[in-house]
Design a protein around this ligand. Structure first.
Ligand SMILES: [Zn+2]
Length: 325
């Protein structure tokens, strides 16, 4: 990293985190200082997403006070199968319109700066490594709990990518060989038990036998979601707390396997569901104690991701800093 001159201080990077429901964008300098944040709903067409990216980038760059600045590069994190070398989304489960879609070239042309793309899980790890708890460790893993369960492993300070650039599919690790079928073709995948839709499903089934739960009232105003469950648990709802407790047990079984494989110094948990950590961490630790090798689990530290909302977008910006500065 260079820096110091007025021109260098005005050099900015945009990070874009394209999720299934929302797109988040940050404007940062080469040191990771946040100069702006925007988000918009993903929409279903490629055109809608491109328009949103152009509008948000314009707003981000316009809102920056104080004269000289230039956009040096753009980093993108997206779900799905990605050819990072050519900057192409081969297919994306949440955005069916993107088939062999040359997103890096498109975004580069739209924003007038070079663009690079990585897997969404990888940029989340990059963000935590750059500005979060990852700064304190050389060997650690991260799980992102959201619509699915993604993650990454950092080995000797390097993110492990595997052959095709998307290793450590923690969510598709089986915790029950006779378990629930998964769209991936497997059975008993962790995310079928502990990602947000599974938590909601668990709650929906249990609610029938828990007429006393405050969720029945809360659901008059809002549909049942992991966020609503969290709201109920914070309000002291025993049933909602129990749902998170059960989820923690599933997570603990899965994480025990990852601890046995990676022998990490720390496990960082991100994604929207991580907000409910105080309700799932106790049972997670109990399950970990039962399933992980004692010598490995003893020293493992747990952290919640530093910035659940913007972490992946910040990691995408780091991709641009690394690639284009
Ligand atoms: Zn699966």
């Amino acid at each position: 990293m260079r820096g110091g001159s007025a021109a260098e201080e005005g050099t900015m990077y945009i990070g874009i985190d394209i999720g299934g429901t929302g797109v988040k964008m940050v404007l940062v300098d080469a040191k990771g200082a946040l100069h702006g944040f925007r988000s918009f709903r993903t929409g279903s067409s490629a055109q809608a997403i491109e328009n949103g990216i152009v509008d948000s980038a314009g707003a981000l760059l316009a809102s920056r006070r104080g004269g000289r600045h230039s956009l040096r590069g753009v980093g993108i994190g997206a779900p799905g199968q990605i050819d990072t070398g050519r900057g192409i989304i081969i297919s994306s489960p949440n955005i069916p319109a993107w088939v062999r879609y040359p997103i890096a070239t498109r975004v580069s042309a739209l924003l007038g700066a070079p663009a690079a793309i990585e897997n969404d899980a990888t940029v989340a790890v990059m963000g935590e490594q750059w500005l979060g708890h990852g700064r304190s460790y050389r060997n650690w893993i991260m799980l992102t709990l959201g619509t699915g369960i993604g993650g990454g492993a950092v080995i000797d300070n390097a993110i492990y990518l595997g052959r095709s650039g998307s290793a450590t599919e923690f969510g598709h690790t089986s915790i029950d060989y006779r378990g629930r079928p998964c769209p991936c073709g497997g059975r008993g995948c962790l995310e079928r038990y502990a990602a947000a839709p599974a938590v909601v499903r668990l709650a929906r089934r249990g609610l029938r036998t828990h007429p006393e739960s405050s969720l029945h009232g809360l659901m008059q105003a809002k549909p049942l979601s992991a966020a609503l469950l969290y709201q109920a648990a914070r309000g002291g709802d025993r049933f909602a707390m129990h749902v998170f407790e059960t989820t923690g047990e599933f997570l603990g079984i899965g994480i025990a396997a990852f601890v046995n494989i990676f022998n990490p110094e720390a496990v960082v948990i991100g994604g929207g569901l991580s907000r409910a950590h105080r309700f799932f961490m106790p049972s997670l630790r109990t399950a970990l104690a039962r399933h992980a090798l004692p010598a490995f689990r003893a020293g493992v530290r747990f952290h919640m991701a530093r910035d659940v909302v913007r972490g992946a977008a910040l990691g995408a910006a780091k991709l641009a800093v690394d690639r284009f500065s």
